[in-house]
Design a protein around this ligand. Structure first.
Ligand code: EPU
Length: 417
């Protein structure tokens, strides 16, 4: 699929942010802990959710859309069978089945997960954490075989504050005998959202949103009702679009407290906006200044917004340093921006300098991962002339109907199969 975008149209209006992708994916996996019905609201209609649900259905989960953004899931008839390799290869988040399956059954085979190619993305923290809880694991050429004879709570020290490793260990520890403490746990808002969902199921978890999470194990979990938090990356994407295109846009239904460092960095670049409790109104008239953009774990600038800051830097005066500290293959989108006229110097796998402001020109470009794709869409919307973005179906993995949202505020964007 390709997007064809005619840039420099006047954009104005309101965009509503979807439920958070990186919340709903672990929450779908967490439903496995219970035999009872779970109802989840504010679920984004994105293809990663469809794939997680397809995997769950393939092992006996009963899943229904019971509203536009509401899912009802029952895992009463779940079977401990291996997951479908093709489905697991479609998304990295399939790794999140590891913790809940081991909480419910004594063995589990996880095919090597696929997903966006943004770096090495090892699973060592997941496996070391599960080993501490009493699991044995073996790597075969195409999968990980993990088993245990009863999970036991203990201290787990993560060398990296990995988001999905923290989530997997929390979900496994919920069913372990005794207490688990995760030291150097990830504290991203979506980890807290998962903890809130598990708490609704009856889990006893404290220390969420901090770097030490404590889980008291239990042997039964009920059904739960939960509303997914708004997606901070969706919000950040549209805020940066408004700034880069100097448009009057309101981004609504968001949690600004999840974006404080992002907003402060944007403010230091000269961004003009007003905010109230659930919305941000952007109306950029002045010039933007270059900045140092260094990605960090929460509450720092999220790596998932780094490519968006990269495109914003092409419109800011001066030289911005883009320092991607988490992943080693997340600067590739800059070569596409260069084709459009950006002034870019990639210094190594983690660092690049972007000098602006430079006008961007429409070109044929290729999207290689989800967030890179979002930055290219923003670039195309501010560029003169026509841009085609190949491989644009990747955007459907994490952005709900991005082309429709953008058309509603005046963008000229068409989807070509
Ligand atoms: N790491 C290890 N060992 C591990 C796991 C991770 O060394 O076992 C390292 C990674 O190499 C990386 C760092 O830890 O340098 C952080 O990676 P993390 O494990 O936190 O990433 P993830 O859990 O695989 C989630 C999101 C990503 C997001 C990252 C960082 C989900 C489903 N995915 O991935 O989201 O970039 O956290 O915040 O939650 C996206 O939405 O586009 C996306 C890629």
């Amino acid at each position: 699929m390709r997007f064809r975008i005619n840039g420099q149209q006047k954009l104005t209006g309101t965009i509503r942010v979807s439920g958070a992708k990186n919340s709903i994916l672990p929450i779908i996996a967490a439903t496995i802990l219970s035999n009872e019905v779970c109802v989840i609201d504010n679920v984004p209609r994105i293809s990663d959710v469809d794939t997680m649900l397809e995997i769950l259905r393939s092992v006996g989960g009963s899943v229904a859309w019971t509203g536009g953004h509401q899912l009802t899931i029952s895992n009463k008839n779940l079977e401990p069978q291996p997951l479908d390799m093709k489905l697991v290869k479609r998304l990295r988040a399939s790794v999140l089945f590891l913790g809940p399956f081991l909480a419910r059954f004594q063995s589990f085979r996880l095919p090597e997960p696929g997903g966006c190619i943004i770096g090495n993305r090892p699973l060592d923290s997941h496996l070391e954490g599960l080993s501490a809880l009493g699991c044995r694991w073996e790597r075969t050429p195409e999968s990980y075989e993990v088993s245990h004879k009863g999970l036991r709570g203990t201290d787990v020290v993560l060398r990296e504050a990995s988001v999905t490793a923290t989530e997997n260990i929390i979900m496994a520890a919920c069913a372990a005998r005794g207490t688990t403490r995760i030291i150097n746990a990830a504290s991203e808002p979506h980890v807290q959202d998962l903890i809130d969902f598990l708490t609704n199921m009856g889990a006893d978890i404290s220390g969420g949103s901090t770097s030490t999470v404590t889980i008291k194990g239990s042997d039964s979990f009920g059904g739960a009702r939960h509303t997914v938090i708004p997606d901070p990356i969706d919000a950040g994407t549209y805020i940066i679009l408004a700034l880069a295109s100097k448009s009057k846009i309101t981004v609504t239904d968001i949690r600004l407290d999840h974006l404080e460092v992002v907003l402060e960095t944007l403010r230091s670049m000269g961004a003009e906006f007003d905010r109230d409790e659930r919305s941000i109104m952007i109306n950029q008239t002045g010039t933007l200044k270059a900045a140092k953009i260094e990605t960090r774990i929460y509450p720092g600038i999220p790596t998932d917004l780094q490519p968006l800051f990269g495109v914003l830097a092409t419109q800011a005066h001066g030289t911005s340093l883009i320092h991607e500290t988490l992943f080693e293959s997340r600067l590739g989108y800059l070569s596409e921006l260069e084709k459009m006229g950006a002034s870019v110097l990639i210094s190594d796998a983690h660092r690049a300098y972007v000098t602006g402001p430079t006008p961007l020109n429409g070109r044929a470009i290729v999207c290689r991962d989800l967030r890179a794709g979002a930055s290219l869409v923003v670039a195309a919307l501010i560029a003169s002339g026509e841009t085609t973005i190949e491989n644009a179906q990747i955007l459907d993995r994490g952005y709900e109907k991005i082309d429709e949202h953008l058309s509603e505020i005046g963008a000229s964007i068409t989807r070509e199969e």
